[in-house]
Design a binder for this molecule. Structure first.
Ligand code: NAP
Length: 484
């Protein structure tokens, strides 16, 4: 099919504008150019921040019913154009069309939850008379917007993860500037289109396309930006935290999630769930399954079924409904994963299946007997590679699960509630799924990690908390509150 380049503009404070330079957006499947977006400059970002200062005032003064109407209208627009949105995700990113369609459905749901949560941003009364001398005081606190939020987003969920920042920001009366990943800017621009169509007043939202290395610092360090909401890798996250200065920080970072499978589990179900969790989005998923700890009595059965299911995976054209897994986001990323697997194998890991690279495609890969001293034993792979470990009992599995720097989500398969509860209390993670893999999330739940997996929580209600601050109101009355 001939490529039709439309040459996208970026969305600066309500206006669609060009830049002096462009970025080519490529389909990782065949490296073809699918579109271009402007490469914004530091000056563009400065202008954008100046406009957002006005936008923050407009946003804060927008009544709740109007915020709800706009967010709902944006959700409806995306739902009505869901095929177009899914195609874009599946072209610029590495998701298959089935995975992309699911992401669009989730984005609509995310925005609908945002619209609902807008009416629930409230405070509570404060019993000031608990302190002697304050008997004649009454009051309360309520939550108010913080101003301008700088959002920086990754490539792997290029629509819904942007909606997880834009929706709560608008719901809570803030202005927001989004810098999407350079490789997947089109879906974020389409989200801006939905909000423009929904009638969002200009200056509240900007989606500025450009390289993090060129425009990131301006956004991160500018004193008018009151919060940085970042989703991405741990290295970039740590750099941003160092530079940001005195502002709120929300960090949704990476992980190498563990799943424990005990001997009393339903093994078929555990295999189905962990295979899907390991290879969703070609393993480029922050809560994807990377390490599986299987009790020794069922190890052979689990391994056989897991490898069999993995080899049934259909790898290929992302736009085909029959495809289970597409390419990695770039050939460079596939080469990085290949190098990690090769290093593990050279040090003694056993390759059970996979390990083959073809351009940006890397076959679903299963390893066992992974030596402690190879990188993938402790670091995030962010590719379609899963590590099988044999363990004697639940205590060893928990101990090994925790022996990494990350802690986003985990899973445990067991019918024993005592063992499940032990995992719940002892595992260092932000979420634990019982009889499911780590790769389970709904958009309304608190989502985030401990240790190097992040700071703060997303999930609409929780993001709104982070994006607002309490303001205390206290009335000093002429009579005591107890004198009526
Ligand atoms: P990344 O390389 O860290 O990039 C993420 C975003 O940060 C991009 O927009 C990037 O811009 C920008 N950026 C990079 N360095 C920056 C800097 N110094 N200052 C300002 N902006 C900067 O991550 P990725 O490869 O896109 O995504 C993969 C990572 O995200 C994985 O580690 C994954 O686990 C994590 N992730 C976490 C969650 C979660 O919710 N916990 C969800 C999804 C993904 P450019 O594109 O221009 O470089």
């Amino acid at each position: 099919m001939p490529t039709q380049l439309s040459g996208q503009k970026m969305f600066l404070a309500g206006n669609w504008v060009n830049g002096d330079r462009i970025i080519e957006v490529r389909d990782p499947q065949d490296n073809s150019i699918i579109d271009t977006v402007p490469a914004a400059s530091a000056e563009d970002m400065m202008k954008c921040i100046e406009e957002a200062k006005v936008g923050a005032k407009i946003a804060a003064s927008m009544p709740v019913h109007e915020r709800m109407r706009i967010i709902s209208a944006a959700a409806n627009y995306i739902e009505q154009h869901s095929v177009e949105y899914a195609r874009t995700i599946a072209r610029e990113g590495s998701k298959t069309i089935r995975e992309a369609t699911k992401e669009v459905e989730r984005c609509v749901e995310t925005l609908r939850i945002c619209a609902e949560e807008t009416r629930r941003i409230h405070g509570e009364t404060i019993p000031f008379d608990q302190v002697p001398g304050s008997e004649n005081r009454v009051g309360y606190y309520y939550r108010f917007p913080i101003g301008i939020i700088g959002a920086i987003t990754p490539f792997n969920d290029p629509l819904n993860l942007v909606a997880h920042k834009v929706g709560p920001a608008i719901a809570s009366g803030n202005a927001i500037i989004v810098k999407p990943a350079t490789v997947t800017p089109l879906s974020a621009l389409m989200l801006a289109k939905a909000f423009a169509h929904a009638g969002l007043p200009s200056k509240i939202l900007s989606v500025i396309t450009g390289f993090g290395s060129e425009i990131g610092d301006v956004l991160v360090t500018h004193p008018a930006i009151r919060m940085i909401s970042f989703t991405g890798g741990m290295e970039a996250g740590e750099e941003i935290v160092r530079k940001a200065g005195l502002k709120k920080i929300s960090m949704e970072l990476g992980s190498n999630s563990p799943v424990i499978v005990l001997e009393d589990a339903n093994v078929e179900e555990a295999v189905e769930s962990t295979v899907s969790g390991a290879f969703w989005a070609a393993g480029q998923n922050c809560l994807g399954v990377q390490r599986i700890y299987v009790q020794e009595t069922i190890m052979d059965q689990f391994e056989t079924l897991f490898v069999k299911r993995t080899t049934q995976y259909n790898i290929g054209d992302k736009q085909s409904e029959q495809t289970d897994m597409g390419p990695l986001i770039t050939e460079k990323e596939a080469m990085r994963v290949e190098k990690l697997v090769n290093e593990a194998c050279e040090k003694g890991a056993v390759l059970l299946t996979g390990g083959i690279r073809n351009g940006a495609f890397y076959s679903p890969t299963v390893l066992k007997n992974i030596p402690e001293d190879c990188l993938i034993a402790k670091e995030e792979i962010f590719g379609p590679v899963v590590l099988l470990y044999q363990v004697s009992d639940v205590d060893t599995a928990i101990e090994k699960s925790n022996d990494v720097n990350y802690g986003l989500q985990a899973g445990i398969f067991t019918k024993n509630i005592d063992k499940a509860h032990k995992a719940i209390t002892k595992m260092d993670v932000g979420g634990i799924m019982i009889n499911d893999s780590s790769d389970y999330r709904i958009d309304a739940m608190p989502f985030g990690g401990v240790k190097k997996s992040g700071l703060g929580r997303e999930g609409i209600k929780f993001a709104i908390q982070e994006m607002t601050e309490p303001k205390v109101v206290c009335f000093k009355l002429s009579n005591s509150t107890f004198s009526y």
